[in-house]
Design a protein around this ligand. Structure first.
Ligand SMILES: *Cc1c(COP(=O)(O)O)cnc(C)c1O
Length: 377
């Protein structure tokens, strides 16, 4: 455990705690060898269909389509929904770039909507005020794997006939009122990039219960099956499907490990301190892509403190900020005070299974101290 101890005191602003989890090999080599023996490596191999069936079973959705990235998943769904030049797509102001770039890729206009106070969910009132005859879709995002409860927004959009979709790229296994994120709307778009809880290196998938949408997404992402209709090649290669298939079996273990680490951090927080977990609905649970703590109001000193000790929030680590502060999206800026406050008052804490026990204990102490407790017992 000596190395753990060494590791635990080595963090600072220049050497932050690793927030990426590199999963150890868990049998994928056998799966890949099987694919190589079979000799069919493309997205047309039967392993891809097996992977899709495993995904739809795991999440309890009628259909899954495997694609080559989470961005491709979003691009494809927007395309089959008919989103094109001049159409408007609503996106919450807390959305990161990868959620919103597909709107621009479709040639559509992003409509940046404010969130409810202290929440990642669309503000239903702002949604209502942004609706126009050109609104073609709305994308909610379960950022950091946190449950996003959008029941009111879903009703408003349904009334207006606007398709509602989810960017669940970070939210594998996140529960929202007893249902999995990514299965709450017309379509859920997931990524299996290395950084996500289910990883195939690069990759993604789409979940939907809508048979018509499924057929159109499947067709579009596979070159229109070369029948002469418009299509792109977003297929996932067979070796990556094999990795995803194997790692899907590890997902529950990984989520459980993250929940247990997050719980250690949360239990040690003083109940009357400066920090609390980002609030979510009852009967819901984050997958803890990150543990997200909030100070309620923007607190530059806390941001500085977390950064100095080696636990930089995403605003520092990745330059995360409200979407309309990104140069590319500035021309669509709207007044979004709740989203502004949230991005300046949240602190993302790594709780992945790659952290040693000593590092976890150190994180427990650092967060409790930052929250206002003098000394750990
Ligand atoms: C990773 C991610 C994406 C894009 O997924 P890729 O597989 O990298 O294309 C989209 N949205 C969010 C929130 C993400 O975290």
């Amino acid at each position: 455990m000596q190395t753990d101890q060494d590791q635990s005191i080595a963090f600072d602003a220049a050497n932050p705690v690793e927030d990426r989890y590199a999963a150890p090999a868990c049998g994928e080599l056998d799966e890949i060898a099987e694919v190589l023996r079979d000799g069919r490596l493309s997205g047309g191999a039967s392993i891809v269909a097996i992977y899709e069936r495993a995904l739809s079973n795991w999440f309890g959705s009628a259909h899954a389509v495997a694609v080559n990235s989470g961005s491709s998943a979003l691009n494809a769904v927007l395309h089959v929904l008919g989103v094109g030049s001049g159409d408007e797509v609503m996106v919450p102001a807390v959305a990161p770039l990868p959620t919103a770039l597909p709107i621009l890729a479709a040639g559509a206009v992003p409509v940046i909507v404010d969130t409810l106070p202290g929440s990642l969910a669309f503000d239903p009132q702002d949604v209502r005020s942004c609706l126009t005859s050109r609104t073609k879709a709305a994308i909610s995002v379960s950022l950091w794997g946190y449950p996003v409860d959008s029941q009111d927004t879903a009703c408003i959009l349904a009334e207006a006939g606007v398709p509602f979709i989810e960017d669940a790229a970070q939210a594998h296994g996140t529960l929202v009122r007893g249902r999995y994120a990514g299965t709450l709307t017309l379509a859920g778009c997931f990524s299996t990039h290395d950084r996500k809880l289910l990883s195939s290196g690069e990759g993604g998938f789409i979940l939907t219960d809508d048979n018509d949408l499924y057929l159109r997404v499947e067709h579009y992402t596979r070159l229109g099956h070369l029948r002469g209709t418009l299509g792109v090649n977003y297929k996932l290669a067979a070796p990556l499907a094999a990795i995803g298939l194997r790692r899907l079996t590890e997902l529950p273990t990984q989520i459980a490990a993250r929940r247990s680490i997050a719980n250690r951090v949360l239990t040690a927080l003083p109940s009357d301190g400066r920090l609390a977990e980002l609030v979510y609905s009852p009967n819901s649970a984050p997958n803890y892509y990150n543990l997200v703590l909030t100070s309620g109001e923007p607190n530059a000193l806390l941001t500085e403190k977390f950064t100095d000790v080696g636990l930089p929030p995403d605003s520092v680590r990745y330059g995360y900020r409200p979407l309309h502060h990104q140069p590319l999206f500035r021309s669509w800026a709207r007044d979004c005070p709740n989203a502004e406050a949230l991005t300046a008052s949240t602190y993302q804490i790594p709780v992945h299974p790659g952290l040693s026990d000593a590092v976890i204990q150190w994180i427990v102490c650092q967060t409790a101290e930052a929250a206002g407790k003098e000394r750990m017992s």
